[in-house]
Design a protein around this ligand. Structure first.
Ligand code: ZN
Length: 306
């Protein structure tokens, strides 16, 4: 991800900012009025008694879960700040496909560019959100042009998006990679790390709201049985601001700090991990992933005040 930053000089946020962020996590949730009914009772995979993958086990209970849209209808309340409550589907989300066809990002354990994983996941998430009565999704750069990071944020700004979500897939530091043979080609992999991670920039125009959505997203992913990876601390010295939910601060991520609306980057999983790559190629696994992401987005879109 380092290629997505400005000069590394400013890459580390100050401790003050972090203390402020930690203290204001609760406040951030209130700013967005994320319905707690949609995010509480997080069941971590630790609690499981079986050896089945957590996401698979949780799949059985997904139909009985109450959807955020049901638990939090967009009803105006006396606490409304601006008075101009958005009607359903006015909530616009910009879905950014990380990287591009020519600059594909990380390379998976089986030799596939990250961009292909990002594009597929965004397309599936877009389709799911299109059936939501709460959200209007649009994809940044669906034409696969080579556009700058600033332009990605600019497109979201131009469309007055309420939320910016960049979708990526993760790798590890080069020194952790080993080699193996796939189809008679030498590929690089690392099975030591797996899971999702969430990034926000405290230099974004709406840092508290960004953290609010990151928190809702982390809760939804945990609830669906996914687990965060914490390797960005030791390998890139990233600042972990919520260990349980896998939320990091990465202030100079350009797309996040240039967006004028709350913005979050999600690394969906570690594609240099051979098992995780397999999972991410499983449509059923991705369906659970996009369902969890959609739940978090809808919890925000359906919040009574924003
Ligand atoms: Zn990436």
């Amino acid at each position: 991800m380092s290629r997505y930053t400005n000069n590394a000089k400013n890459a580390l946020p100050t401790r003050d900012r972090i203390v402020l962020l930690q203290v204001t996590t609760f406040l951030a949730l209130q700013v967005f009025s994320v319905p707690m009914s949609a995010v509480e009772s997080v069941e971590t995979p630790k609690d499981k008694k079986t050896t089945a993958p957590a996401w698979r086990e949780n799949a059985a209970s997904t139909t009985s879960r109450s959807r955020p849209s049901e638990s939090a209808p967009p009803t105006p309340t006396s606490e409304t700040r601006s008075g101009d409550i958005a009607t359903p589907r006015d909530f616009t989300i910009a879905l950014d496909i990380g990287h591009s066809a020519k600059k594909g990002g990380a390379i998976s354990a089986r030799g596939v560019f990250e961009y292909e994983f990002n594009r597929r996941l965004v397309s599936e998430l877009f389709q799911r959100l299109q059936s939501s009565h709460l959200v209007r999704p649009f994809i940044v750069n669906p034409e696969r042009d080579e556009i700058s990071l600033l332009k990605r944020a600019g497109e979201a700004n131009d469309q007055n998006a309420d939320l910016f979500l960049a979708i990526h897939h993760d790798s590890v530091k080069e020194s952790y990679l080993k080699t193996w043979e796939v189809d008679r080609k030498t590929r690089k992999y690392c099975d030591d790390f797996h899971g999702y991670s969430i990034f926000i920039s405290q230099k974004n125009a709406k840092p508290l709201e960004s953290l609010g959505f990151a928190t809702a997203l982390g809760r939804a992913l945990l609830k669906a049985g996914f687990t965060p990876t914490l390797h960005h601390v030791a390998q890139e010295n990233r600042l972990l601001i919520d260990k349980e939910k896998g939320i990091y601060a990465f202030d100079d991520l350009i797309v996040l700090k240039a967006a004028t609306m709350p913005a979050v980057l999600l690394e969906c999983g570690v594609i240099v991990n051979r098992d995780e790559e397999k999972n991410l190629n499983d449509p059923n696994y991705r369906s659970h992933l996009t369902e969890a992401i959609s739940d978090a987005i809808e919890s925000l879109a359906g919040a009574p005040t924003r």
